[in-house]
Design a protein around this ligand. Sequence first.
Ligand code: TEU
Ligand code: CA
Length: 536
Amino acid sequence: MEHRQSWKSSVVYQIYPRSFMDSNGDGIGDIQGIISKLDYLKDLGINTLWLSPVYQSPNDDNGYDISNYLDIHPDFGTMNDMDQLIFEAKQRGIKIIMDLVINHTSDEHPWFIQSKDKKSPYRDYYIWKDKPNNWTSFFSGSAWDQIGDSYYLHLFSKKQPDLNWNNPKVMEEIKDIMRFWLDKGIYGFRCDVINIIYKSSLEDGKRRLVLVGREFYHSQEGCHQILKTLRKDVLSKYDCMTVGETVLVNTAQANDLILPEREELDMVFGFEHMETDQINNKWFKTRFKPQKFMKVIAKWQEEVYWNANYLENHDQPRSITRFGNDQKYHEVSAKMLATLLLTLKGTPYIFEGQEIGMTNADIKRLEDYRDIETHRIVALAKKLHFPQFYIRHMLKTASRDNARQPMQWKKEGGFTTGIPWLKMNENMSFINVEDNLKNTDSILRHYQQLISLRQNHDVLIDGSFKPLYMKHNVFIFERKLNETSWITVSNLSGNKKRIPKNIKGSILLSNMHRTSLSNPVLMPYESILIDKEKTL
Ligand code: TEU
Ligand code: CA
């Protein structure tokens, strides 16, 4: 058999360190907290952890604004803690990938502090101009801020100045940072907004509603060249993986970044399926459109060389609230989404709390939101005189804090002995890890079974993907490897449906205790994993 790259059999679990587990009662999750939960993660079956940033940072954007890439934020612990985490994880067969944020640094990074001086050798580490252009930031408003008589570019907050990738010194600095971490034994990187790091011009952009200027920084040839260099000079020397976070890419642009012969990244996170419950912009959520969702998923499955499959992360609302039903069908729809995610072709990513069906946040007061993007949007919406009830609706459905409420370990929380940095969800009294572990039929147990099926059956890793049925909000697809053929049936709606007659086989996994296909009625959010060859 052809050699299989190690990341094809990875099952990744994303940790948002602030919200995972607090070991010292200061209300902030930390590295010792993560270490204390490694056995839990091992039992879940995952073999790779992705840590959102734990580097030093003034936390304007919760660590995505880095002021020292080579040290740990004291909130999270020390470098010794990090070394211990890498070691302890390895003991349990778990590899660690870290977030690599190289589009921008913090404005408190020593490079930027020195860059403010026009004569400093660090001046050209960033993008300075005498006059701003019309580009806008991802967090709304102008992408330029003024210091003295010059302006610097920041595609995110003004405390996140963009690095100048036209400067070869920047490339050398980043290579050293990558080597530093890879030498410590980490398994690779999740590369933050990696397809926008290269700016090919600083002209005014075409006038549009959002992201003015993007034609000059989105998926530019210069970016491909940078990725090839990083791969050749650094990554290729290690057994490691990279997953790019790539905003606004289509399937062709995704392939341009990941096809093996391109020698750039290993896989990327697309966003198209995340747009199936909104109009134009994530802040304008509408009803979820399952038909659109399954078509997008099938398209990416069929067209993209290798997918990074995900339904949640630290920027997105919770999948059960968005794509399932977090009330009446909480358990069954969480399990349906799990089956879908873990049986698709590609590397699956599970976000902390997804394995117990954590829901969107129950934050009521505007001032209880912590996320910078959320506050920027509130300010903008107020300026535009959006009614109060609508602003609340926007936050409830789209704020990034929906994903960031602390992990619900126990009925009474279990995340911290102190006051959590972001309020916990009151539904922890019935949605928590403790109860899920006690119950042999819980959402967590369902994830465990799916992960174990993946680890033990190559059809879920190497098998081809073929959509069999995509109608009436029912998604059926086949994974096939040699003689083995597995079929996933998912009802993405709250209504009863029928299983098409030609779907036959024996049940490998059901979210409703189904043991045969003799009853053709598919219950709301029912999902079935079928082995086609073995007919009972
Ligand atoms: O996100 C990039 C991104 O484009 C969005 O998902 C963004 O967070 C927002 O939702 C735009 O509306 C990455 C990180 O995942 C995010 O947490 C950071 O804030 C951002 O980059 C800047 O580093
Ligand atoms: Ca702590």
